[in-house]
Design a protein around this ligand. Structure first.
Ligand SMILES: *Cc1c(COP(=O)(O)O)cnc(C)c1O
Length: 390
């Protein structure tokens, strides 16, 4: 063959082998596909999640590293990483439900999830019933012949209610429902829902798992191989797959999850305890406080109570908005689970789509403030909150 011309050599770049030297950290495989010698091997790879890597939408070594890491932490059979938490939630719901099915979900849900469930009936003919997160009797009473799925959140937003996972998942199992648990607020370090009977765990890896407020991602972990294959199949059909760079950032963040989580929890404890005694504050919602309705179940399920809490200002909406304008270190921003402390006013932001009545039903007041505590020094955070309250 004649020597290749420069135009061709700039396309086909060398790939020096790394066989003798294994990288310490998982490299970023920024490629959309993989090369085969044999079309039969390629055909086989496209049909199953555990075959050779074939195409970026199916998975990728960097994405697979994240999938395996979280699946192992959660005690699952396999995981599918997605482009966002909502990508994981929709993959699971659209993958497992059919027109005519019925779904039971807890009352207090992440805003994006609540919006999806509100649309399911009109779009896909799937009806939804809401029950409290801690009432297996209400769950049992709500089940119909066409009920397929139970949807829970380990810790809810912004009232930080803790679901009674063992009791609720036991009823779901007995009645043949697939139970899906959003474990974003707890992370697998505070709770592993599969150990309590869940069939599928979903995460917004945007939050604690990645932890540095620089990436959006999601993940669904399945307890059994059969469910894992189903979810994988629907993820590649929907095109919800994670990008390798996002997965790589998430892996990098995850390596410090344990250290961060410890600090998030201890910071939240200090701030929640002090706020509960502040004269401008009517109530503090954090499951580590004996006044919280989930205090007992949280003590049984969780080794610590997470980095998110909310509190009600006595001055109502005006006081809530004034507080938001007065904090300096805590940033007014969406999201949570990152190293920086973020605050928001649920009534006018994350939960603005709920009417006054529904807000009240969730216990969210006009003066409710949510705090997603970061890993800063707690005394700096307290000083900031104290000056904002003043
Ligand atoms: C943020 C969040 C989601 C949605 O995740 P995205 O990554 O924003 O799509 C779902 N559930 C919970 C509990 C969340 O906090």
């Amino acid at each position: 063959m004649t020597p290749l011309r420069p135009e061709t050599r700039t396309v086909h770049l060398p790939q020096p082998p790394v066989e003798q030297s294994r990288p310490i950290t998982m490299p970023l495989y920024q490629t959309s596909g993989f090369v085969f010698d044999d079309p039969a091997v390629m055909a086989d790879a496209m049909g199953r999640p555990d075959g050779p890597y074939v195409y970026g939408r199916y998975t990728n070594p960097t994405v697979r590293s994240l999938e395996q890491a979280v699946s192992d932490l959660e005690g699952g059979a396999g995981a599918v990483a997605t482009g966002s938490g909502m990508g994981a939630i929709n993959t699971v719901l659209l993958g497992l439900l059919r027109p005519g099915d019925h779904l039971i979900a807890q009352k207090s849900l992440y805003g994006g999830t609540a919006a999806v469930l509100n649309d399911l009936a009109a779009r896909f003919g799937v009806t939804v019933t809401h029950v409290p997160e801690n009432d297996p009797g209400a769950l049992r009473a709500a089940v119909r012949p066409e009920t397929k799925l139970l949807y829970l959140e380990t810790i809810s937003n912004p009232m930080v209610l803790v679901a009674d996972l063992p009791a609720m998942c036991a009823v779901a199992r007995e009645l043949g429902l697939v139970s899906v648990v959003d474990n974003t607020f707890a992370s697998p370090l505070l709770c592993r829902p599969i150990e309590h009977g869940a069939d599928i765990v979903v995460h917004s890896t945007t939050k604690y798992l990645s932890g540095h407020t620089d990436v959006v991602g999601g993940l669904a972990v399945a307890a059994t191989d059969e469910l894992y294959r189903k979810v994988w199949h629907h993820a590649i059909e929907l095109g919800a797959s994670a990008d390798p760079f996002a997965a790589w950032l998430t892996l990098r963040g995850m390596q410090t999850l344990a250290l961060r989580m410890e600090r998030h929890c201890s910071n939240a404890r200090l701030l929640a305890t002090r706020l509960a005694e502040h004269p401008a504050v009517a109530a503090v919602h954090w499951p580590g406080l004996p006044s919280h309705p989930s205090y007992e179940i949280a003590g049984k399920l969780l080794p610590d109570f997470g980095g998110v809490f909310s509190f009600d200002l006595k001055g109502g909406r005006a006081a809530g908005e004034r507080f938001m304008r007065s904090v300096r270190l805590a940033l007014l921003a969406p999201s949570l689970g990152g190293v920086e402390t973020l605050t928001l006013h649920p009534a006018t932001t994350s939960h603005r789509s709920l009417g006054a009545e529904e807000l009240a039903r969730h216990g969210i007041g006009e003066g409710t403030v949510r705090v997603a505590v970061g890993i800063e020094h707690p005394e700096d955070l307290w000083a900031d909150i104290e000056q904002a309250l003043a």
